[in-house]
Design a protein around this ligand. Structure first.
Ligand code: B12
Length: 220
């Protein structure tokens, strides 16, 4: 089987909620010499991206999205240790990521983080409903170049301003770029609230993060 056929089958396994075949397919792809990042980005994540689109157009419902996530994570469990064991040479930056205070949506964050990791962004997850102080502390401790706010509701997206202000007050704002994510975000509004960018799509966000880091985004 060619690499592109293998990737198509991996994406289809996630999209078709095929929990039985996803793990053996990932193992087969690895045995064939395919790169873990390729398997994740162009196989499993591609399937999850299609699921996200189908959900947004009303062609899939939440229970199916949650099963698709399980399939995605079953495949991810095989490739993730290999990605993390790959050493630092592919790492382009560190990102502290958490949900803004009051926001407990986990699915989007859990889908986005492996996509970022597969693209060389080391992610420190500070969890859901993280206080402004928790962001400040994590920045002090981990010295990231990027901070990601998970904001899945209008109310928590609007809280961006306060969290940015806390980071500013701690004297850390100039050390980090800030990007918001979630279905309620808008890049212009995020900038007006003091962040640097926003995206409702993890794959588009990777390009935006690369631009913020001054790394070629691969589309110019
Ligand atoms: C599932 C869900 C829930 C589940 C969450 C389960 C879980 N463990 O996550 C439950 C039932 C618990 C829930 C609760 C609530 N929810 Co809800 N929920 C949703 C729903 C249906 C899907 C979210 C989802 O998983 N999407 C799929 C993922 C893959 O997409 P995503 O989150 O956008 O993530 C993608 C990108 O945004 C990006 N991304 C994600 N994170 C990040 C982070 C960064 C930094 C970047 C750059 C990118 C990025 O990557 C992902 C892949 O591309 C949405 C509706 C919707 N259309 O989104 C409502 C929704 C988000 N919820 C909503 C609301 C109002 C609530 C509740 C207040 C409901 C209530 N009255 O109790 C509570 C609040 C809970 C809280 N305090 O946080 C509203 C928000 C409306 C608004 N604009 O304010 C929505 C939009 C539904 C609606 N249309 O009304 N919810």
């Amino acid at each position: 089987m060619s690499d592109s056929e293998m990737l198509a089958r991996l994406a289809a396994a996630v999209e078709n909620l095929d929990s039985k075949h996803v793990k053996p397919l990932v193992e087969q792809a690895l045995a064939a010499g395919m790169k873990p990042a390729d398997i994740l980005t162009n196989g499993l994540s591609e399937g999850m991206r299609r699921v996200g689109k189908a959900f947004n157009t009303g062609d899939m419902f939440m229970p199916e999205v949650l099963v698709a996530c399980d399939v995605y994570f079953a495949g991810l469990a095989v490739v993730r240790p290999l990605l993390l064991a790959g050493g630092d040479d592919h790492v382009i930056g560190t990102m502290v990521m958490g949900n803004i205070h009051g926001d407990i949506h986990t699915v989007g964050k859990n889908v986005a983080m492996p996509v970022f990791e597969a693209n060389g962004i080391r992610v420190i997850d500070i969890g859901v409903s993280a206080s402004d102080d928790a962001f400040v502390e994590a920045i002090r401790q981990h010295k990231p170049q990027i901070v990601g706010f998970g904001t899945y509701m209008t109310s928590t997206f609007m809280h961006t301003k306060e969290t940015v202000a806390a980071i500013e007050k701690a004297g850390l704002r100039s050390q980090v770029k800030i990007i918001c994510g979630g279905p309620a975000v808008d890049a212009d509004a995020a900038r007006r609230m003091g962040a640097d960018d926003a995206s409702d799509d993890a794959w588009v966000a990777v390009k935006k993060i690369k631009r913020l880091l001054g790394v070629p985004a691969g589309d110019e």
